[in-house]
Design a protein around this ligand. Structure first.
Ligand code: DC
Length: 224
């Protein structure tokens, strides 16, 4: 079993790098942010205020989340329906950021994440994987990049998808989400004590993957 916890702030390139690593090392890539986004989607669809914790918590019993892997592709279902790309908007990201600060939401999603990591070799991308979900992961990487580098990448992604936004608004969103995610009381997005930092502000994807492979080799004595 090889379990890699890949944590770090929004837009640090975790998902791109994790997908490449999963392919190279034959691991299942688990995107845990998709679960928080799916809860956020449900809250939005129900017209509930994302800052109204009590009402958000009251919705949880109505939610059945499913996670499947088809040809290495993660499918998340919400009450039996594949959420697809509907969770990939800036609006839903903000809902996800708010609801992920609620302890009840985090415990609601805990077992889904632990179960997959118990049964498979995984690379799991999130915020609290190395600290809460898989504290005994063989490898823990905390991936960072400057907020400007992250905003620039996310902006280009959103524009390519046809979203109407500006670089400044994307940067402001990222900085707000960073603040929410790192200062919340439950499972703040902070590195595990034994995590290795990987700063990719000045690296492209290939260089970042190479650097991660170096870290994995070192941590596993070259067994992977
Ligand atoms: O990685 P992402 O942008 O899809 O994550 C969406 C939000 O979910 C983000 O604001 C932080 C939160 N999140 C979390 O709190 N814990 C995780 N393991 C993954 C995501």
């Amino acid at each position: 079993m090889l379990r890699i916890a890949l944590d770090g702030p929004s837009g640090a390139g975790k998902s791109t790098v994790a997908k490449a690593l999963a392919k190279r090392l034959g691991l299942i890539y688990v995107d845990t942010g998709a679960l928080y986004r799916t809860v956020g989607l449900y809250v939005r669809n129900k017209g509930v205020d994302k800052d109204d914790e009590k009402s958000v918590i009251a919705l949880l019993p109505e939610i059945t989340l499913g996670m499947e892997f088809i040809n290495g592709e993660q499918i998340v279902t919400l009450n039996g329906v594949n959420v697809g790309d509907t969770i990939r908007t800036g609006e839903i990201a903000m809902y996800a950021s708010r609801v992920s600060a609620i302890p009840e939401v985090r415990s609601f999603l805990l077992e889904t994440q632990r179960k997959i990591s118990r049964e498979n070799s995984v690379i799991m991308d999130g915020r609290d994987i190395g600290t809460v979900i898989i504290p005994d992961a063989e490898v823990k990487i905390f991936m960072i990049a400057s907020s400007k580098a992250r905003a620039q990448r996310r902006y280009l992604e959103l524009v390519a998808k046809g979203e109407d936004c500006t670089y400044e608004s994307v940067l402001a969103d990222i900085e707000l989400r960073d603040k929410n995610d790192s200062t919340r009381k439950t499972a703040p997005a902070v590195p595990a004590e034994d995590a290795i930092f990987l700063d990719n502000s000045e690296l492209n994807i290939e260089q970042t993957v190479d650097k991660a492979i170096e870290i994995i080799n070192e941590k596993t004595n070259g067994n992977y």
